[in-house]
Write a protein that binds this ligand. Structure first.
Ligand SMILES: Nc1ncnc2c1ncn2[C@@H]1O[C@H](COP(=O)(O)OP(=O)(O)OP(=O)(O)O)[C@@H](O)[C@H]1O
Ligand SMILES: [Mg+2]
Length: 201
């Protein structure tokens, strides 16, 4: 349903874009086109997410330490500042492609808003704990839960420069919850944000 709605919204949006040609005020026209482009990006992101969710990936026994290391390697290879603590293998029953997406979104945020990402993994008797720390300003306490809402972005990251439509955390949360896990954000006492995933195993 989400995919169908997102898809159908594109036609009126295209009509709207065509109609801006009749707007005489050039500045107003430019603003309208910018808003339309923003809506288009939101719809594209929603569609991509809905499509991903629709292809339900089977669960399988996965070494989450190796998975995390491979995500970190891929992002580091792309020239981003991300490191990982060495850790022993931790095997758990999960959907690896979905988990990869959730963790990538968190690392992406840590690099984008927090200068650098530092990943760690640990096992307890019942859970797998993955944390992504950064060195940024963190998130104001009163916004810590709100940033999980789709399309919600903090004021200072609204500029299109940083890209993003505000779906990364919503997607990560939905994936972690589908695993029966928990995703939390907290400001670290020493500064920077910590995103923490706890998965049952
Ligand atoms: N590590 C972080 N440090 C500071 N602020 C953050 C951090 N992670 C997220 N935020 C804030 O939370 C908002 C929502 O994050 P989210 O990942 O959902 O969306 P996005 O990064 O803006 O876009 P997208 O992930 O869709 O590309 C961000 O715009 C930013 O304001
Ligand atoms: Mg993001």
């Amino acid at each position: 349903m989400l995919a169908a709605i997102s898809h159908d919204l594109r036609t009126p949006l295209t009509l709207l874009r065509l109609r801006t040609e009749n707007v005489e005020n050039a500045e107003e026209q430019e603003r309208m086109l910018a808003t339309i482009a923003e809506m288009d990006a939101m719809i594209a992101a929603t569609l991509a997410f809905a499509r991903g969710e629709a292809t339900a990936e089977p669960s399988r026994l996965t070494d989450v330490t190796a998975l995390l290391a491979s995500i970190v390697d891929d992002i580091a290879d792309a020239g981003m500042p991300v490191t990982m603590d060495p850790a022993a293998p931790v095997v758990c029953d999960c959907r690896p492609a979905a988990l990869r997406r959730a963790v990538s979104n968190l690392i992406d945020n840590a690099v984008k808003y927090g200068k650098a990402a530092h990943a760690a993994i640990a096992a307890t008797p019942r859970t797998v704990e993955v944390s992504i720390d950064d060195e940024g300003p963190g998130i104001p306490e009163q916004e810590l839960t709100r940033v999980f809402q789709p399309f919600y972005r903090l004021e200072d990251s609204r500029s299109r420069e940083t890209g993003g439509v505000g779906l990364g955390l919503a997607i990560a949360l939905s994936i972690v919850e589908a695993h029966g896990g928990e995703l939390t954000l907290a400001n670290r006492p020493e500064g920077g944000l910590r995103a923490h995933i706890a998965l049952p195993r």
